[in-house]
Design a protein. Structure first.
Length: 206
């Protein structure tokens, strides 16, 4: 039986609107966000999708990820067996420093292909699930704090109980007021995480 290989790569640089503004230590997140979608097609006709989602203030621009995929990674990936993912990822690391998001997007698309071909979930491909649910965290970072409180009123009854509160951008007293307001309204029903997002000086942290 012939081993399926990567026959085609298509890349899409997309720009999507941000539904909720985010106020963070590295600046406001608003307007639109760019991502790179990766479509791999195997020699037996199975299509897998991946996504490269860099953020320019941390890991580089989406345009750089697109170029890395198009110029450096594409020639390596084409023709490679779709099931030999670990070996291919090691080869990509040797060929290009950094650009983890671009490489992970390739890995994601390959796992999608193998999962569809085998009928297995990605969890099973990676060794099997160890839990049935994963707790998720929602960031409290809207410049309009009452809007975030209203979101929590809708989300907490649905079982969303972990909230990361972005702090360090507004005055310290205002951050404390927000935390106190959340705790007063929701009590111990929610777990709070405080994230200064690199906006707190060393002595301020002490």
């Amino acid at each position: 039986m012939t081993e399926a290989t990567v026959e085609r790569i298509r890349l899409f640089l997309i720009e999507s609107p941000i539904k909720m503004a985010r106020l963070q230590g590295v600046g406001n997140v608003k307007g639109t966000v760019k991502r790179v979608l990766i479509e791999l097609t195997s020699s037996d006709g199975v299509i897998g999708w991946g996504e490269a989602a860099p953020w320019e203030v941390f890991t580089g621009t989406p345009e750089a990820a697109f170029s890395a995929l198009d110029i450096y990674l594409r020639p390596i990936v084409l023709g490679k067996p779709v099931r030999r993912i670990r070996a291919l990822m090691a080869e990509l690391d040797r060929a290009l420093v950094g650009h983890a998001e671009a490489k992970v997007g390739i890995e994601m698309a390959l796992l999608d292909i193998v999962g569809k071909s085998s009928g297995l979930s990605v969890a099973d491909l990676l060794g099997g699930r160890v839990r049935d649910t994963i707790p998720l965290s929602f960031s409290i970072a809207d410049p309009d704090f009452p809007a975030d409180l209203e979101r929590m009123r809708r989300m907490v009854p649905d079982g969303n109980v972990i909230y990361k509160v972005k702090t360090g951008v507004k005055p310290h007293r205002e951050d404390l007021d927000h935390l106190e307001a959340i705790r007063k309204e929701f009590g111990d029903k929610v777990d709070l995480r405080v994230d200064y997002n690199q906006a707190l000086a060393p002595f301020g942290a002490i």
